[in-house]
Design a protein around this ligand. Structure first.
Ligand SMILES: Cc1ncc(COP(=O)(O)O)c(C=O)c1O
Length: 364
């Protein structure tokens, strides 16, 4: 699915130099490398402030904490996302309220949000799944009307654009992940929150260091949510390559599209609804998905299912009381979606082999 070694071979020198610099400095916690990384990512996302944090999961959590979201509050999001999005809400005792997805984009169906708003609703977390942004005009319209906070979960969408605006810059906050499989991945866990609001940025900085702005004086209860200097240095060293990598992913996506269309197979190809889809994942929709996946595995082809169980059907969320059928589009996507390798270094030969094998499966 992902050949990180192929990528590392092209950037080894820059990354090793960045690591050596941090080791020489012996400054591992916050400091200039973290600040430098924050400036890069904030500017890239057209935001005034970046706050480096320990992971994409903690990015979502800390924004909810910064808004004082707590037990009994309701936060609207999609059930078709990585667990962290809803996990962060539930960890604070707040209630994840799910809204089904648009089947073409896999993103939250914004036209269904309004019906889920109650007096307890505090925020909306749209997720820009697979690298394509949600319908942010509609999300912002309903959020503004009801005075709700919007937290963009842009963990999979760094550099994605919607009507010329970058992921993370439209809502009150944007959350990124530097998990190694992301378009910009670190050498471990890492994340960032971007915002255009200086007061919110300050609150986040305070919360990521145990709620302390001045050492040993704690204004609020935070946590240790810091991005470490080694990760920041590695991410910053990789950053100049990000646009080239994304361009290569987009070219790979176009090639898949072309090959599948030429084959005349009736499978669902990724829809492009926003200006810049960064293709963190290339996800097709197919019948007999699990059989196809096993067949491809036998051919030496790795694929991935994002996500086999929508969040409203997860065991840990049984207390929310949702049952099968509650969100049919998410449930169908969970049965039909299959992600193919899309990493920048994917060779044409390998892509052709994957498509050829899928054709073979459906023709025999
Ligand atoms: C949509 C989404 N949100 C949040 C996260 C959490 O990021 P991390 O793995 O860095 O904690 C991920 C990571 O996979 C993600 O895909």
């Amino acid at each position: 699915m992902l050949d990180l070694k192929a990528q590392y071979a092209t950037i080894r020198k820059e990354v090793e130099a960045a690591i050596a610099e941090v080791l020489e400095s012996q400054q591992f916690i916050l400091g200039p490398k973290v600040e430098g990384c924050e400036h890069l990512i904030a500017a890239y996302s057209n935001c005034a402030h970046g706050v480096g944090v320990s992971s994409g999961s903690d990015a979502v959590l800390i924004t909810l904490m910064a808004e004082g979201i707590t037990a009994g509050d309701e936060v609207i999001t999609t059930p078709y996302t990585f667990f962290a999005t809803a996990g962060a809400i539930a960890r604070l005792g707040a209630i994840p309220v799910f809204v089904d997805i648009d089947p073409d984009t896999y993103n939250i169906n914004a036209s269904k949000i309004r019906a889920k708003i109650t007096t307890q609703t505090r925020a909306i977390i749209p997720v820009h799944l697979f690298g394509q942004m949600a319908d942010m005009d509609s999300v912002m319209e309903v959020a503004e009307k009801y005075g709700l906070i919007v937290i963009e979960d842009a963990a999979q969408a760094i550099g994605a654009e919607y009507k010329g605006r970058r992921a993370g810059s439209i809502g009150h906050y944007g959350c990124f992940s530097f998990f190694p499989s992301k378009n910009l991945g670190g050498a471990g866990d890492g994340g960032m929150v971007v915002t255009n609001d200086a007061t919110r940025a300050e609150r986040l900085r305070c919360l990521r260091g145990h709620g302390s702005s001045s050492k040993y004086y704690h204004k609020v209860i935070g946590g240790n949510f810091r991005l470490d200097a080694l990760q920041a240095a590695i991410i910053s060293a990789k950053f100049p390559h990000l646009d080239d990598w994304t361009t290569a992913r987009q070219a790979n996506a176009r090639r898949y599209d072309r090959l599948f269309r030429e084959a005349g197979l009736s499978i669902g190809l990724p829809a492009r609804t926003s200006d810049r889809h960064i293709f963190n994942q290339y996800v097709i929709r197919v019948s007999r998905r699990d059989q196809l996946q096993r067949f491809l595995q036998g051919e030496g082809i790795a694929t991935e299912v994002y996500y086999p169980v929508p969040l409203h059907l997860q065991e840990c969320f049984a207390y929310l009381g949702y049952t099968r059928g509650a969100f049919p589009e998410s449930e169908m996507a969970a049965e039909e979606s299959l992600a193919l390798a899309i990493y920048p270094e994917l060779s044409e030969e390998h892509a052709r082999y994957i498509v050829k094998s899928i054709i073979e499966f459906y023709r025999t």
